[in-house]
Design a protein around this ligand. Structure first.
Ligand code: FES
Length: 77
């Protein structure tokens, strides 16, 4: 099954940590050879900035995400 990761690229989420989160995900994909299994998509601000940084993995929303948290979620996929 492929995993779709949508990362909020709105300025608030990006500044609050999605810049690092995006780098982390790219690195995670590379290190684990998951190129064909994980798709990254950028999304626009959905006015939930106070809960940011926001990431949606397979249609499930995660808020206040950090690289550690993302790693945990991805390992469970
Ligand atoms: S910037 Fe992500 S919800 Fe607004």
């Amino acid at each position: 099954m492929t995993t779709e990761i949508k990362i909020c690229m709105g300025s608030a989420c990006f500044a609050k940590g999605n810049q690092e989160n995006l780098e982390f995900i790219k690195q995670y994909i590379e290190e684990n050879n998951l190129d064909s299994e994980i798709t990254i998509i950028g999304s626009l601000c959905e006015n939930k900035c106070e809960k940011g940084p926001r990431i949606i993995i397979n249609d499930k929303e995660y808020t206040n995400v950090t690289p550690d948290y993302i790693e945990k979620i991805l390992k469970e996929q």
